[in-house]
Design a protein around this ligand. Sequence first.
Ligand code: NAD
Length: 430
Amino acid sequence: MKLTIIGSGYVGLTSGTCFAEAGHHVMCVDNNPAKIESLREGKVPIYEPGLEDLIKSNVAAGRLQFTTSTEEGVDHGEVVFIAVPTPPQPDGSVDLSFIEKVAREIAAVLKGYRVIVDKSTVPVKTGEKVAETVRRYAEEGAEFDVVSNPEFLREGCAVDDLMHPDRIVIGANSDRALALMRKLYEPFVAPVLATDINSAELIKHAANSFLALKISYINAVAAICEKSGADVEKVAEGIGTDKRIGRHFLNAGIGYGGSCFPKDVSAFIAISEQLGEPFRLLREVEAINARALDRFVDRIREKLWVLREKKIALWGLSFKPDTDDTRESVAVKLAAKLAEEGAEVRAYDPKGTEGARAQLADRIRYTDSALAATEGAEALIIATDWPEFANADFDAVKANMVTPLLFDGRNLLDPATMRQRGFDYHSIGR
Ligand code: NAD
């Protein structure tokens, strides 16, 4: 089938490429000319494992093309996905101006029947607004349906998630659109859940909020573990082996970040309030998340007493491993807090330095290796659980440091082993 993706970022580019890999003919549109130019030159603007090779092979096979023209895109695909940003506004609600703009742009060039699919994460009832907008700006009699098809990929393993999804949610109010969507997803072996548009939109916010809730739940448990001498890892195992609960997302740490959870939780709260059913539980999820980082900084301060002039090595800047994405990264927030208190932070991240630099500029320094960051350091902090940090040469790290003080914000290392190696080791809830 021929399809188009408008917005070629983490979601649009990766899902477009995977649709091409599945045999479809895909046109990826973006209004950032530099991005499209670099994609046409074979350069991939984001880091996502496995993506670059897939882009190359599908471009070579003639199944994947890039353009800045929405008109060309809408002409090409009978199914047109919207995968543009839905960032938060200061009050927590979603800025839907990118979606509204694309809806107008599609309307302006709409000719034959098109299925307009919202893949961006949006509050419930957005599909209705998109349909209204397209109808208002399109020529009279223009034929189209709006569908909601939320995306559940995880950055860092997005290709695998897209090729082998747990489920495919299709929210459609028309049989014609649903049939086309089913055909599009035929090559993917996964259960399809067909719903109305509002339910599909709500599934995405409810899913991400639930995952964030699990993280905050275990972080609240971790705080109690610390006060009581229990071990949060054992507690997580004990509750996570219960099939009704599951072990995923029960990893205590310095909290969730990234471009999705914080904004999706606040968006779900905002829409619940707008609808007159305030979801107060999620406010506490946010509060626990903020406290997880504050408690960690308190512990660092407790040990170092004064942070001013302290040389601190920071491992990790991306919001999670295997991605260069530093949007709303807790590691970046931590770096900013430490720098604000006058600490001299030297940070290393395998992929996230560029993104962090765009936010922190020269408030901290950046190194080319994990070891270099620890040179003369009075403390080492692990803020992102990149596998390479677990496999570091800790004898060399210790030799590099002035005082072997280690704060593991992701419970990446084994406490007993690290203490044996001579570190004054601190982690979360154990
Ligand atoms: P992104 O910022 O990486 O990509 C968005 C792209 O859209 C950018 O390249 C931007 O230039 C382009 N764009 C903006 N306006 C445009 C327009 N009018 N025409 C053409 N292109 C335009 O964002 P993302 O991370 O891919 O997220 C997109 C959506 O998907 C968001 O709603 C997000 O919540 C959701 N989502 C993201 C993830 C994730 O892990 N990143 C996962 C699931 C869902």
